[in-house]
Design a protein around this ligand. Sequence first.
Ligand code: FES
Length: 102
Amino acid sequence: MRVRLGPASLAEGPFPRPVLAGSLPLLLAFDGRGLVAAERACPHEGADLALGRCGGGRLHCPRHLASFDLATGAVSPGWSFRGLRLYPVEVAGDGLWVRLPV
Ligand code: FES
């Protein structure tokens, strides 16, 4: 399912940037090559990842400092919880879109 996130100007950052896909809270991040959308709650204990930091292709959680690979969602070594759910983003003439599983 393709859902519009808002105007294409959202792609200009800053990142991580909180967005809504309908009622689903996500964030936009830049993985070093392009934009990606991710779930906003950390899979560890639910911290708001929009308050984290992007760098080196990773998203860093603000609470316990685990980080996630923005290409694969994999969590940094030493953690035993699942990786971050990522969703592809498209920039089109009519705005920014995310593709969610149905
Ligand atoms: S809540 Fe994100 S690493 Fe613990």
